[in-house]
Design a protein. Structure first.
Length: 309
């Protein structure tokens, strides 16, 4: 580890999650660190022991050779191109399931894989639940022959982000049980992302990917002690990872950036900001999320709010 006083270190990776992939593996995922200094890679720790080195363009990894029925703690640190190692992320925990008696039967093939394109950098996939003589612990999502993500066995949908605009992809899904038995892969689903058009100059993601936009967006003006505030609420977009940052746009211009310091809400989120003391002023407001892959999602619908109205 290198630490150089006076030289900026990368921040702690946000949005770290961990979920058991089988009785002996855990899938760890985090949001990419963007900005300066540039990140060259990530280090994944189990407790105080480093267990994985991951390149800077990845944001997930499987930690294997674990024990069944055991709770593990994980953290992630970013490493800059200069070799400086940033602080550890928040700790996350995952418990591997029991191995059970010998299990040689693989789960059934996931059926009816379907999906849709969410703009130029993301797709949404869904499939029917696999059958198993015991339980499906997780589903692997593959792009071509490469595993790109994993979700829990109770999930039958996923959003894949970080894709390239105007590119044809082929996705498949397979099921995994606690004994690490793998099902046959589903049928292949080809999807082509949209071309990266319709964006505002210098605003990556603006106007693109409506499927990655916050939904159920609401806005209202509120008077407190002679001053008005604009009260917002919304449902975060679905993404494989945690949304920790939003941009709020007021009257066509960025007004503020909201970064969750603690655990971001999984359901409806709320936020309010100062709007002045004058009544009868009308504002237009909308919001967008920074996705786990570091790109901006689409904007929500735009709402009109009038102070004192």
């Amino acid at each position: 580890m290198r630490e150089s006083p006076g030289r900026p270190m990368p921040p702690a990776p946000p949005g770290v999650t961990a979920a058991a992939g089988s009785a002996t593996s855990v899938h760890v995922m985090w949001n990419r660190v963007s900005g300066e200094p540039e990140v060259a890679g990530y280090e994944v720790y189990r407790g105080e022991r480093k267990v994985k080195d991951v390149p800077g363009d990845a944001h997930m990894v499987d930690v294997t050779r674990l024990r069944p029925s055991t709770t593990y703690t994980f953290t992630v640190r970013a490493r800059s191109t200069a070799g400086d190692l940033g602080p550890p992320s928040a700790e996350v925990r995952a418990t591997t399931p029991a191995a059970g008696p010998a299990d040689l039967r693989a789960p059934g093939r996931p059926a009816r894989l379907d999906g849709r394109v969410l703009g130029s950098t993301a797709v949404q996939l869904s499939w029917e639940r696999s059958t198993d003589d015991r339980d499906v612990v997780s589903y692997d999502i593959l792009q071509g022959d490469s595993k790109i993500h994993s979700v829990g066995g109770e999930q039958t949908a996923a959003v894949v982000t970080g894709l390239r605009p105007g590119t044809r992809y082929s996705f498949t899904v397979r099921a995994r049980d606690a004994a690490d038995n793998l099902s046959p892969v589903s049928r292949a689903l080809p999807l082509t992302t949209e071309q990266g058009g319709g964006q505002e100059e210098g605003r990556p993601g603006a106007g693109d990917g409506a499927g990655t936009a916050p939904t159920a967006f609401r806005a209202a003006a509120r008077l407190t002690d002679g001053a008005y505030s604009i009260e917002l609420s919304w449902v975060p977009p679905r993404a494989d990872g945690t949304v920790t940052e939003y941009e709020i746009q007021l009257d066509g211009r960025p007004a503020t950036t909201l970064v969750w310091g603690g655990t971001p809400p999984r359901g409806r989120a709320t936020y309010s900001f100062y709007a002045g003391r004058e009544a009868g002023v009308t504002h237009r407001v909308r919001i967008r999320a920074k996705l786990p892959d570091g790109t901006w999602g689409g904007f929500s619908v735009e709402r009109t709010v009038t102070t004192g109205g």
